[in-house]
Write a protein that binds this ligand. Structure first.
Ligand SMILES: [Zn+2]
Length: 275
């Protein structure tokens, strides 16, 4: 269930070239061959590369927003947690966020939510519920119908259990195929990646370094990626979460949900980032 793997620098260069940007991987889209005619990697069915325009699906929306950070001058930051809920750490994360009165966004795995609904019962009032698919499959390897089912089934579970209609999808591993876009678009979703992730492997034995890295690199509009379950090295983040929160607040940052952050960005004057 790790969101790590691909080389960040390489991904960023490719994504910049495609103006999709930030974290995450666009599967099967090579320079100059957007959406369709790119060579497939052996593991990826051709149907996952292009936006399906044949078969039962017909486009109902013309675009999908992909957000990895937000353009705002306000000192707002969105803290996000993926892959829960799970009994090991989800309750601890909620305890810390409650204690600090911090808003966050949880990208929930539908299958886990159904199994562990009690873990978040009464605890999501302040937070946003996002969709991290039904079973954490790599959507970039699925055809439109299967990708749609992964998002839709999780959506139904999240809406029923949390009482909140999720509007944002974080694709597992940050991987994006053409059918990720077509399925998300047809369900009215926007895609949300991240601009800074907790570097647990790097700082597992050096917690102060992780706090400095997060507090020092967060900018207005940053989306922070953390996890409320997974490999034990991720505990370095959770054990130092309160310290990071204090550090960011001392610099004037306010914690908001992803939806609030995106809304703040939409209200901001648009500028073209430097190349
Ligand atoms: Zn994940």
């Amino acid at each position: 269930m790790s969101d790590t793997g691909a080389d960040d620098h390489g991904r960023r260069a490719l994504l910049r070239a495609l103006a999709v940007g930030g974290a995450g991987t666009v599967a099967g889209i090579a320079a100059g061959t957007a959406f369709g005619s790119a060579e497939a990697s052996p593991a990826t069915p051709p149907s996952a590369l292009g936006v399906a325009s044949a078969g039962p699906w017909r486009p109902v929306e013309g675009h999908v927003d992909v957000t990895w950070a937000v353009n705002t001058s306000q000192k707002l930051v969105a803290l996000t947690f993926d892959d829960g809920p799970m009994p090991n750490w989800t309750p601890m994360v909620h305890d810390i966020l409650d204690e600090e009165k911090v808003k966050a966004t949880f990208f929930l795995i539908g299958r886990r939510l159904v199994q562990h609904a009690r873990l978040i019962h009464g605890r999501m009032d302040r937070h946003e519920a996002g969709n991290h698919t039904w079973a954490h499959q790599d959507l970039s390897h699925l055809d439109h119908k299967a990708a749609y089912a992964q998002i839709q089934r999780s959506h139904a579970a999240i809406a029923k259990i949390t009482g909140k209609e999720p509007r944002h999808l974080r694709p597992p591993y940050g991987n994006i195929g053409g059918t990720t876009l077509s399925a998300a678009g047809s369900l009215g979703y926007g895609l949300v990646l991240w601009s800074i992730k907790m570097l647990e492997k790097t700082y597992e034995k050096h917690p102060a370094g992780l706090v400095d890295y997060i507090v020092g690199n967060t900018r207005p509009g940053t989306i922070l990626l953390a996890h409320d379950t997974g490999h034990p090295d991720r505990l370095v983040t959770l054990r130092n979460l309160a310290t990071m929160i204090h550090g960011l607040r001392a610099k004037g940052f306010e914690f908001v949900t992803v939806s609030d952050l995106i809304q703040a960005g939409a209200a901001a004057p648009q500028t073209v980032p430097a190349p």
